[in-house]
Design a protein around this ligand. Structure first.
Ligand code: MLT
Ligand code: MN
Ligand code: ZN
Length: 319
């Protein structure tokens, strides 16, 4: 294969770049004065600001698929040099893959409206939200191709990478909630993404309300799992006086507790476990917190904006 000039040494390994590690609202959130948000506003403070939920993946470091289009995508494409145009009109972003219809995951599509060709891959339920909202007509359909993908179907959004969407327990977007909300709905409104190359498998699951036995089987032996790290404690928002909603009510399993992700992942062999979609109230943002020490002592890494993750090759899932 032709060597690409200037590409890093591990040029044909699957890599992920965290564009935004925070949950909806970001860190700091515009109207939040919680301890983390206040610290993140200090220059040189213990907590660095973080943008909203998105990653990019590539094998050649040149062509990228972006998973979730955050409202912060303009900044994210600016501060990560891998995402810069190489010609007068150009982008390394070949595809956008969506995992739910939440504002933090789809509003960024509106930022990508400047007559640029790329493809959007999403489930029927998520595409329905986009086609029902005329704002998204700002994306020129002659250039932006919307591709419907049902859970279980494989697709190839960018050279060298195959993906599959799979249902995970979750709920409809906040703005579509009715009086009764099923927060453990399994359908095509909330999905995770399996990201495969010949020799490694990564997972991106920024929203998940329960780790089901099917998920445990799927994740076994993965190189990397990037998982929903919204809250550390289910009721941390109420405790901090920023709202009454629990993590569970928002469709997110918490990190701590007997049913939390830290406990539930213990028996699952995964080479690297990385929390993403971390809410600004989550104490793990503070490097000196007991919560951070707890997560790290159980083998978890705390994702952050600009984090680069190179897959290992030996952890290939035995299908
Ligand atoms: C969530 O992840 O719970 C949503 O992004 C909440 C929201 O839309 O603000
Ligand atoms: Mn979210
Ligand atoms: Zn806050």
């Amino acid at each position: 294969m032709k060597k690409i000039l200037g590409a890093p040494a591990n040029e044909h390994r699957l890599r992920a770049l965290i564009l935004g590690a925070a949950a909806g609202g970001g860190l700091p959130q515009w109207n939040c004065g919680c301890a983390n948000c206040a610290e993140a506003r200090l220059s040189g403070g213990r907590i660095r600001p973080q943008t909203q939920s998105s990653i990019a993946v590539s094998v050649d470091g040149i062509n990228w698929a972006v998973l979730n289009a955050s409202p912060d995508i303009r900044t994210q494409l600016q501060v990560n040099r891998q995402m810069h145009p190489n010609k007068v009109r150009d982008t390394p972003v070949r595809a956008v893959v969506l995992t739910n219809g939440d504002i933090d995951h789809i509003a960024g599509l509106l930022i990508l409206r400047e007559k640029q060709a790329f493809s959007v891959y999403a489930t029927p339920a998520i595409l329905e939200i986009i086609s029902a909202n005329r704002l998204f007509d700002a994306l020129d359909r002659e250039l932006v191709t919307f591709r419907e993908i049902v859970p279980g179907q494989s697709f190839r959004p960018v050279d060298g990478i195959e993906m599959e969407l799979f249902s995970v327990p979750g709920k409809v977007p906040l703005y579509m909630e009715g009086d009764e909300v099923d927060t453990r709905l399994i359908g095509d409104q909330t999905v995770g993404v399996e990201i495969r190359t010949q020799n490694s498998t990564m997972y991106y699951i920024p929203g998940c309300s329960k780790l089901t036995p099917e998920l445990e089987v799927r994740l076994t032996g993965a190189s990397v799992v990037m998982f929903d790290g919204t809250v550390y404690e289910d009721d941390e928002m109420a405790r901090q006086g920023v709202g009454s909603k629990t993590g569970a009510r928002m469709g997110h399993m918490s990190m701590s507790g007997p049913d939390g992700s830290i406990e539930k992942f213990k028996p699952i062999p995964v080479a690297r476990k990385i929390f993403v979609h971390i809410n600004n109230t989550n104490p793990v943002w503070d490097p000196e917190s007991a919560a951070r020490q707890h997560a790290e002592s159980e083998g978890w890494e705390i994702g952050y904006d600009g984090m680069e993750i190179l897959s290992t090759e030996s952890e290939r899932k035995q299908a």
